[in-house]
Ligand binder design. Structure first.
Ligand SMILES: Nc1ncnc2c1ncn2[C@@H]1O[C@H](COP(=O)(O)OP(=O)(O)O)[C@@H](O)[C@H]1O
Ligand SMILES: [Mg+2]
Length: 295
């Protein structure tokens, strides 16, 4: 499996492409290989149940890593955990810090500080990456595109603002993981259609600009293509300009082929995996079949 050589994988992509479902399938497939896997999400419990947790029959992923399945643990990144962890590691007086962080006025002030939220998430992730015993694999279901780039680009932004001191040190420690191509990569989940593929290509450029290595693309919901190359050419001639039953499905097939080919042409050296459209109900029943494809 292409994911095994690095320890840290960020799964990114536009909302709705199946990122969460694919992340869950990937985490399960990795755990089935006998690794201790930590599956992470960035969720706000105030915003209702977590779609990722739901795939494992829970409302939320807890803050402490908790077993979801054999070998597979889940946890939620939560900015206040990172803030508290950072302050406790750098200032004396742990109890005072906890009390201060519970102050509503201080919280209001801090939330308004630029990048404060991302900083907490980033530091919480760093704490989990450095936890003992070390996780074999850490797989993170990233938030949608803009927020994902805010997080991967955080160290550089902060290092420009505050190049010295404990925050800078923590950011460099984080960069030593996230920007090391032997340790971490980002996978982009996309749909095999024209616009989503264009967006995926842009997202990869954005990720690389923040120093991330792109591990590959997961083209999700690839329609089953029952035709071989010769049949495709013959059918293309037949379907052209005709309004017949099956036109929509055919159009989708053609679009998927073109989009996948364009992606392969633009990213010739990158692993591009396809995952099939799974006709299954309810949602959590998708994880099993996708996991088998990934394995
Ligand atoms: N390979 C697939 N085949 C069929 N449906 C899928 C597939 N992948 C995802 N879905 C469905 O697409 C919807 C969005 O998936 P989700 O993982 O929540 O996306 P995201 O996290 O990108 O917003 C869900 O209803 C999910 O069941
Ligand atoms: Mg999601």
């Amino acid at each position: 499996m292409p994911f095994s050589s690095r320890r840290i994988h960020l799964l990114t992509g536009k909302g709705g492409v199946g990122r969460t479902t694919v992340t869950a399938a990937l985490a399960r497939a990795t755990a089935h290989q006998g690794r201790r896997v930590l599956l992470l999400e960035i969720g706000d419990p105030d915003e209702g149940a977590s779609p990722l947790a739901r795939l494992f029959g829970r409302e939320h992923l807890p803050i402490e890593p908790t077993a979801l399945e054999p070998g597979l643990f889940g946890a939620r990144l939560w900015a206040p955990v990172g803030h508290e962890g950072f302050l406790k590691a750098h200032l004396p007086g742990g109890a005072l810090i906890s009390a201060a962080l519970r102050s509503k006025a201080l919280a209001r002030f801090l939330v308004a500080a630029p990048s404060f939220h991302e900083m907490g998430l980033f530091y919480h992730l760093l704490m989990l990456l450095e936890a003992k015993p070390a996780w074999d694999q850490v797989i993170l279901d990233m938030p949608a595109t803009g927020h994902a780039l805010a997080l991967t680009g955080l160290p550089e932004v902060l290092l420009r603002l505050i190049p010295r001191g404990p925050i800078a040190k923590a950011m460099r420690r984080g960069q030593a993981y996230m920007n090391d191509p032997t340790q971490a990569d980002a996978w982009v989940v996309a749909l095999p259609e024209q616009l989503p593929v264009t967006e995926a290509i842009e997202l990869m450029a954005g990720l690389r600009a923040t120093g991330m290595t792109v591990g590959g693309v997961l083209l999700n919901r690839m329609p089953a293509d029952p035709f071989n190359a010769t049949e495709q050419v013959e059918l293309a001639g037949f379907m052209a300009g005709r309004a017949v039953h099956g036109e929509v499905a055919w159009g989708r097939l053609v679009d998927a082929r073109i989009a996948a080919a364009r992606l392969r042409a633009e990213e010739a050296d990158l692993p591009i995996l396809t995952l099939p459209e799974v006709p299954a109900e309810p949602d959590h029943a998708l994880v099993g079949p996708l996991c088998e494809v990934l394995a």
